[in-house]
Design a binder for this molecule. Structure first.
Ligand code: ATP
Ligand code: MG
Length: 525
């Protein structure tokens, strides 16, 4: 089933890795999430099939045991390298702490995990198709760039590069498609995409180290069978395979990978996981800031990129997705990188393909069919994951969306064209923003989205300095995707692992980096 998505005529694709074959052997999808909020009766079919669900229920009530388990879990997390630099010293690894994580893995229906994995190659193809369709990008972003300065500046670079002619011939996508499990009217969960991140998709490194921690917790409880169900996961290895493929196709044995880094980087160990994989293949990575590129980067007459005199094959951005990350010089540096023939991950078109405005337009009838002609099954798989998305462009359609959101604010999210978490508006804040925006063209810089409402469950979120207590949580599942295209031929298209993040229900927005969500593992049921 996972390999279905590989049947594409146009491309040679690398072999399919059935990363979680065990899921095929688990009970089929059972229908709802289990958590302390949903007391399980002896008659529940879930009790029979999940078994451990009640076990966790009672575990969550024993405070002393939770504290002892948390101590063990934290020590194991530190030993495994589930690490972040501290808020106080984000540029130094002298003192580090553990990255926040859940005490227990959270239950995820295996059918939804499978579905998310199975649609990942479709999303890779879709992003790649959008990035190559200048007319679609131009039309889709035309109203947004009039009102959103950040998107406009990215778009200007895109236009400049198009005009000059794109020097890059190999394209590398490393993305992460994020989902929540919408609770249907009948209580059953459905996979709904939150968004796809096409730049700086993070936590592929740390996500490979958390399974050992959750296995440890379950083993301490003598739940060895349950511990064995925690899926192995190694996204950073797959991400590095993508970079390696791109580097090989660039075809210059001494060329480097340039990682565009922030000066203050708490998440350095996540990035190092990819760097380490590359070094093991004798591919050298240099970490530089945009400021360094501005000062020391140059192009030769063939638009080959040089940094400190060394040729660069691949540029991997872990910076450059927010307005605050760009000074005038940094914009200059970005333009220089985009003009070069080095393989940018992502190139500017692929970054634009990841905007919320593009996501909203993709949900419009007929758009997927236009972008992926002759592939109705791919289109159906993609569309099945779409939540309601609404344009706020001036006109009747936008007016109607605003009226509906004002009538039922709890069912919508207002999103600007931003990445990095903490920018979306919910509830009363959304109402105030919509009242303020509704007669102004500025509204075109936002989109409206249906708010996904997963079933909450209990877990402990472990954070340095915070007491151990059980809170009601919801999870977000991300699947990492990798593709490489040479000219018109897709030479790699695969999924390379997952990330589960969990947060307390009182936080509407924000990920791990924003200090809201914590790392987790799916416990497939
Ligand atoms: N439609 C939605 N329904 C419910 N929650 C949502 C929805 N959209 C976003 N969220 C929550 O807000 C968070 C941030 O949303 P989103 O991913 O769209 O923004 P972002 O700024 O691009 O974040 P990131 O840094 O994770 O890429 C999500 O991780 C999710 O928890
Ligand atoms: Mg994002």
């Amino acid at each position: 089933m996972l390999c279905q998505a590989f049947h594409f005529a146009l491309m040679e694709v690398e072999s399919c890795h059935p990363v979680f074959t065990p899921l095929y052997h688990t009970a089929s999808f059972i229908g709802c999430w289990v958590g302390p909020r949903q007391p399980i009766t002896n008659h529940s079919p879930l009790l029979l099939q999940v078994g451990m669900a009640t076990g966790w229920g009672s575990l969550l009530q024993d405070e002393q045991q939770l504290e002892e388990l948390a101590r063990q879990a934290v020590d194991r997390a530190l030993a495994e390298g589930v690490l972040l630099r501290t808020l106080q010293e984000p540029s130094s690894s002298d003192v580090v702490s553990y990255a926040p994580f859940t005490l227990f893995p959270s239950l995820v229906p295996s059918a939804l995990l499978e579905q998310a994995y199975a649609v990942q190659m479709d999303f890779n193809m879709l992003v790649d198709a959008v990035s190559q369709n200048a007319a679609f990008l131009e039309q889709t972003l035309s109203s947004t760039i009039k009102r959103d300065n950040f998107t406009a500046r990215l778009f200007n670079i895109y236009k400049q590069v198009l005009k000059e002619g794109i020097a890059q011939t190999v394209f590398l996508g490393l993305n992460r498609s994020d989902y929540m499990f919408q609770r249907n009217a009948d209580g059953s969960p459905v996979l709904k995409q939150i968004e796809i991140n096409t730049i700086s998709a993070s936590f592929g490194g740390l996500a490979s180290r958390t399974p050992a921690v959750h296995r440890h917790v379950l083993n301490v409880l003598s739940k060895t069978k349950e511990a064995a169900k925690i899926l192995s996961n190694n996204p950073s290895k797959g991400l590095a395979q993508g970079i390696t493929k791109a580097w090989e196709l660039y075809g210059s044995a001494n060329a480097l990978v340039l990682l565009i880094a922030q000066e203050k980087e708490r998440n350095i160990f996540d990035q190092r996981a990819i760097e380490n994989e590359l070094l093991a293949k004798n591919i050298h990575v240099i970490r530089r800031r945009f400021e360094d590129v501005f000062e020391k980067g140059s192009l030769d007459q063939d638009r080959r990129l040089f940094m400190d005199g060394q040729e660069v094959a691949v540029v991997y951005f872990r910076d450059g997705y927010m307005p605050s990350q760009y000074s005038v010089q940094n914009w200059e540096a970005r333009l220089l990188l985009e003009r070069s023939c080095a393989i940018k991950c992502p190139d500017i078109a692929t970054q634009l393909a990841g905007t919320k405005k593009v996501q909203q337009e993709l949900s419009r009838m007929g758009v997927l069919e236009m972008l992926l002609p002759g592939q109705p099954e791919t289109v159906a798989r993609l569309r099945a994951t779409f939540a309601g998305l609404y344009s706020l462009d001036m006109g009747e359609e936008g007016d109607q969306a605003i009226t509906e959101a004002l009538a039922a604010p709890s069912q919508f999210v207002l999103k600007p064209q931003r990445e990095g978490g903490g920018n979306n508006l919910y509830g009363e804040e959304m109402v105030q923003a919509l009242e303020h925006l509704k007669d102004s063209e500025e509204r075109a810089s936002y989109i409206l989205m249906e708010k996904i409402e997963p079933e909450p469950f209990g877990n402990c979120l472990l954070r340095p300095g915070s007491p151990v207590r059980v809170v009601q949580c919801i999870s977000e599942l991300g699947i990492f995707g990798v593709y490489v295209r040479q000219g018109k031929t897709l030479v790699m298209n695969k999924h390379v692992g997952h990330l589960l993040r969990t947060k307390a229900i009182e936080h509407a927005d924000g990920g791990v980096a924003a200090g809201v969500a914590v790392l987790d593992n799916p416990y497939p049921v």
